[in-house]
Write a protein that binds this ligand. Structure first.
Ligand SMILES: [Zn+2]
Length: 382
């Protein structure tokens, strides 16, 4: 069963079948395989099944504007003057992104970086960053109007949480695993940083329907669902600024005000829970094997998580006590083990197993001063 790239709902039967061996790509080439298109009734996304050899297609055939730094696509002729696509993209971006100071701007999936190049030329205080999955454009990156930071294959981990703006031009329509890419982009932005992107608007250019390498055909509905799930707010979708395209602006929500990438009850959320619990026992066993034979252990948290940890230990007699903040539990026993206040943790304890909800366990433990001031090793469930 095929699932929606945006909301993970099951897609049912296709709304359209292309002819045998007549799938057409962005490069206007006919490729093997039959185009099948699905409509997600949950989020209004239209989705084309991936080409059977999509990876080979990108490696060998996908190349737009490769003949030189000035090679571009004509966007329109205005008052007798040719306006190129990157020129228009830069003008619209500058108009929408109220740039101030020395903004760090990344062109994500930049190819030659034509649009960011024009932005830097128009606004020289911009600090340019370039990223593409391939390294074949590096000669263009070296000749930028001012030195640009760059990375290929993977964005540089040093950029995490620091960028003011991430730009993406005509990339998301090609990507089946949208949640992964959006999580990566969000992690690169500082809290409140802006993600600005352009994707085709099928409803303004019907040819986009049959282009076989456009796996995603967005609607206002599916764009909104996709961005909210990925931790973005202040979503603005403009259908007029760029012909036959959606120009989208949104802000990265600060970490902590967003609880995760998954919607409760979604397949992704359940997969994560299943993975966590089916490997938790083995993680505790592994942590226990790392201990010295005469170690004295405390388990922080006398609830379900703590009890689960106790049940996983092969030598539970090494557990001196449970530690818990709940004063109503102090002095009582759980499975024969005494429950104490954290500050009463015995002096000879060397290791604390943390039996707390993994979503906030580290934050809670870092706030327990009576334990932080001692030389203890903490083991967490995740
Ligand atoms: Zn959907």
């Amino acid at each position: 069963m095929l699932l929606c790239n945006v909301c993970s709902a099951e897609l049912g039967s296709p709304v359209y079948h292309g002819g045998e061996h007549t799938s057409i790509t962005t490069m206007n080439k006919v490729v093997a395989g039959q185009t099948r298109i699905f409509h997600c009734r949950t989020c209004d996304h239209l989705q084309t099944e991936e080409l059977p050899d999509l990876e080979r297609f990108y490696a060998e055939e996908y190349s737009i504007n490769e003949s030189g730094v000035d090679d571009d696509q004509l966007y329109e002729i205005r008052n007798g003057k040719e306006i190129y696509r990157s020129e228009h993209q830069a003008a619209v971006a500058l108009d929408k992104l109220d740039l101030q100071g020395n903004p760090k701007i990344l062109d994500y999936g930049c190819a030659k970086g034509a649009t960011l190049r024009r932005i830097v030329q128009a606004s020289p205080t911009v600090e340019p960053y370039l990223f593409d999955v391939t390294d074949k454009y590096q000669s263009y990156w070296r000749n930028f109007p001012k030195p640009a930071k760059s990375a290929s294959h993977k964005p540089d981990p040093a950029w995490a949480g620091s960028l003011d703006v991430v730009l993406s031009f005509y990339a998301l329509e090609h990507i089946p695993r949208l949640a992964d890419v959006l999580a990566e982009i969000r992690a690169l932005l500082r809290p409140g940083g802006i993600f600005y992107f352009i994707v085709p608007n099928l409803y303004a250019n019907w040819a986009d329907f049959i282009v076989a390498d456009h796996v995603n055909h967005f609607s206002r509905g599916s764009l909104t669902v996709m961005l909210e799930r990925a931790g973005f707010s202040d979503i603005e979708i403009d259908e007029r600024a760029h012909a036959c395209a959606f120009v989208v602006t949104c802000k990265a929500i600060a970490a902590g005000s967003h609880t995760g990438q998954e919607i409760p009850g979604s397949k992704a959320a359940i997969d994560r829970l299943t993975e966590f619990w089916s490997t938790a026992r083995e993680r505790v066993a592994e942590q226990e094997r790392a201990l010295a034979a005469d170690s004295r252990i405390a388990i922080y948290g006398a609830g379900i998580y703590g009890n689960f940890i106790l049940s996983c230990l092969s030598q539970p007699e090494r557990v001196a006590c449970f530690l818990d903040q709940n004063r109503f539990l102090h002095g009582s026993d759980l499975n024969g083990v005494r429950i104490l206040k954290p500050e009463d943790c015995p002096e000879d304890t060397g290791t604390v197993f943390v039996g707390l909800n993994p979503l906030n366990a580290r934050q809670i433990i870092s706030s327990v001063e009576s334990l932080q001031s001692r030389n203890l090793t903490f083991y967490f469930l995740d």
